[in-house]
Write a protein that binds this ligand. Structure first.
Ligand SMILES: Cc1ncc(COP(=O)(O)O)c(C=O)c1O
Length: 393
């Protein structure tokens, strides 16, 4: 008898970290000390001011009732003032800001808001897996554009076949990028091209802004919405997860084009009952009173990045040092697939790295190393990799 679930679930690839987690568990069950550089989940604590505000807010009975899907004024104002301060992007707090329960929830559910059955959602390969699973679970079709060193990790929008383009309604982008660490440099005209492309083809751009606040070497990532015309065709998913060490809190916002934000709000009134008010109040503190916190985190990640880059160079690899995100994207040695290299590292060094191919076929030949591991463990992982690779070389 076939299992009792909808056909659309069968279209999904297994969640890539499920396989990693299984392998780690197997080793740990055997008493082996495995260090995971697989998942991008900050190891450091949420800022004190945010935790204190949560404690205070939880003590207030008024936060215990159903929140509004629109979000608290103080939360929407905090997002708005942060966007103004950081990106010089002017948002209307009443109509252009919607709380989402993390960027992931926003990315997934916006597919339901924007896509009809059979529509196409454009994304990148490699890319965050929800750009694929979101459309698939909406009975729409993902179409992935390769991002590789050859195209400077920017998709070639002119390469989309005409029949696909005619059905495309949505384009997912993400800079600073997971998994490649690619960024939009000052003077890069890619976002301008994207705005023109979206206008010409009646496509909504959803820019996933999960990593804008983690950047290195003096680089500052722009918001897509600061591109002229972007507010006409796009929204951005902003998240506090990575930069304020709040992955467990599930807090972010969909901001930008009024029509899209309002459609999303209408949809969400039927899906969830908003974000816990105490979390909104605490997140507002992060955005107003801990604005510099992401810079402190960036300093730490930059130090870790340099450790990883030096070690990879020492074993003969030639990684590029990313200017943003919390990942190093490195080519694997000649003659090995990304899965073979990741397996070798796990077997020989008991260190987990993510095979590039698990982020899409164009990620073949690379591995992703996450920097969200305490310095001492990261150093230990690196020296284990160096030792084992010297032995195998
Ligand atoms: C590119 C990208 N987008 C979105 C997310 C989701 O983040 P959250 O749901 O915690 O905001 C992640 C998390 O790893 C990510 O890497």
């Amino acid at each position: 008898m076939s299992p009792r679930h909808a056909d659309r679930l069968d279209r999904l690839a297994p969640y890539m970290f499920a396989e990693l987690e299984r392998k780690i568990q197997e080793k740990r069950d055997a008493g082996i000390d495995v260090i995971s550089l697989g998942i991008g989940d900050p190891d450091l604590p949420t800022p004190d001011v945010v935790i204190e505000e949560l404690r205070r807010a939880v003590g207030r009975g008024e936060t215990h009732q159903y929140p509004s899907n629109r979000g608290r004024q103080v939360f929407r104002d905090a997002i708005t003032s942060f966007y103004d301060h950081r990106f010089n992007v002017k948002l209307d707090a009443d109509t252009q800001v919607l709380p989402v329960l993390g960027g992931k929830e926003g990315i997934f559910h916006i597919c339901q808001v924007l896509l009809n059955v059979g529509d196409v959602a454009l994304g990148t390969d490699p890319g965050y897996p929800v750009y694929t699973s979101g459309p698939l679970l909406t009975d729409a079709e993902p179409f992935l554009l390769p991002i590789t060193p050859e195209n400077d990790f920017k998709p070639d929008l002119a390469s989309i076949p005409a029949d696909i383009l005619a059905r495309s309604k949505l384009l997912f982008l993400n800079y600073p990028n997971n998994p490649t660490g690619a960024v939009i440099e000052e003077g890069d005209t890619f976002f301008e091209e994207v705005v023109q492309f979206a206008k010409d083809n009646d496509i909504v751009v959803v820019h996933d802004n999960a990593y804008s606040e983690i950047s290195f070497d003096g680089y500052r990532a722009p918001s897509f919405l600061s591109t002229p015309g972007a507010m006409d065709i796009g929204v951005e998913m902003f998240s506090l997860s990575k930069a304020w060490n709040m992955t467990g809190w599930r807090v972010g916002a969909c901001v930008g084009n009024t029509e899209v934000v309002q459609a999303f709000w209408k949809y969400k009134t039927n899906v969830d009952s908003g974000m816990f008010d105490a979390v909104q109040l605490a997140a507002a503190k992060a955005l107003t009173e801990a604005r510099d916190f992401p810079d402190q985190m960036s300093t730490i990640y930059q130090r870790r990045r340099d450790l990883v880059i030096d070690a990879l160079r020492a074993i003969g690899l030639e990684p590029n040092a990313p200017k943003g995100s919390i990942y190093v994207w490195a080519r694997v040695p000649e003659g090995q697939t990304s899965a073979e290299f990741a397996q070798l590292v796990l077997d020989e060094a008991n260190v987990v790295v993510s095979p590039g191919a698990s982020f899409g076929a164009a990620g073949e030949g690379f591995v992703r190393i996450s920097l969200s591991t305490p310095d001492d463990r990261l150093k230990e992982a690196i020296s284990r990799i160096e030792d084992s690779m010297r032995v195998t070389a």
